[in-house]
Design a protein around this ligand. Sequence first.
Ligand code: NAD
Ligand code: TYD
Length: 354
Amino acid sequence: MILVTGGAGFIGSNFVLQWLAARDEPVVNLDNLTYAGNLRNLDSVRGDARHIFVRGDIDDPELVAQLLRAHRPRAVLNFAAETHVDRSILGPAEFVRTNIHGTFNLLEAARAYWGGLAGEEQRRFRFLQVSTDEVYGSLSAEEAAFRETTAYAPNSPYAASKAAADHMVRAYHHTYGLPTLTTNCSNNYGPFQFPEKLIPLVIINALAGKPIPVYGDGQNVRDWLYVDDHCSGIRRVLEAAQPGEVYNIGGNSEKNNLEVVRTLCAVLDELRPAPRPYASLIAYVKDRPGHDRRYAIDAGKIRRELGWQPAQNFAGGMRRTVSWYLANTEWSSSVTSGEYQKWMNANYQERGAA
Ligand code: NAD
Ligand code: TYD
């Protein structure tokens, strides 16, 4: 049995589905279903006795302690977080509460639970923190990619809250011996991603004939990884890494935002032709404050030590993703109704055309 937090979100739900497809070990899934959590992502395992969903907060000490006591998981994997940089700029408080205090609460509960285990059960236990490359800050075009030894230099409230959580995880290993693992991954994309993030936002706006907002000059660079590959990397770290270790996970796919948007438009032109090329919808808008220029991951350590590599390349992953959104318009409509419109107004109305 493993305990996954945030398993109704984008990466967490992909992880739960991949886990249950690969093995019989049950999953307790703790998620408080914020705007980003969606039980529809887990429709295909509804009724599966190996999946136990619990609606609740990672920042609730009694609930977390009770779940650990009741289910005796061999691992806690912490996906739960507030994850959108633009939201962290407009409202950082929830990022501090969930990402920092919530992780602290999980660590405290895990420490007490692990301390009460004995023998093999105690030796096998792991706390895996799912983190991001954004904790390392921004690179210039010439700088070498982030390594596990790169100093943390977070620039957004989101990145700072994840960095603080990672430091607590590190401290719990060094101080208390809690067998922790940390993964720092680059930008994910794929099925079930909430359309506040670049890739699903572009697909959904393009299909609706709405402007495709590109921040600033569109030259900011991210490394892109198909979500299934991130999940397989986490599984590999969980099974094979030594306690206290940190692994960077990335796709060897550095692209600037304009390249990403143009690729999506070209795939859409092919799969769902419209009277005008989708790229004609591209609209440059006001930049994000403090916008990190470039992220790049050196994933050499996980490749060398654990033999992990991504299975999807960028072109294949983008095609799969566009195809998934084309085949799942009902999912998109359900997440873009109601509250979503408020966010679109809050984030984009002020931006206007650059
Ligand atoms: P997401 O925003 O899609 O989902 C987050 C999930 O956490 C949601 O289901 C939400 O309901 C849940 N949640 C939020 N606050 C909670 C709380 N207090 N208690 C319980 N559940 C709560 O996020 P995602 O993109 O799937 O990211 C998952 C993890 O991976 C995060 O920790 C994120 O920092 C990390 N990460 C994401 C990316 C990426 O590109 N999306 C890249 C690297 C790392
Ligand atoms: P995003 O998906 O928000 O991920 P992150 O900021 O965590 O990397 O954004 C990816 C890149 O796309 C980032 O450089 C910001 C840019 N972007 C746009 O140009 N327009 C948009 O509407 C959004 C949401 C992002």
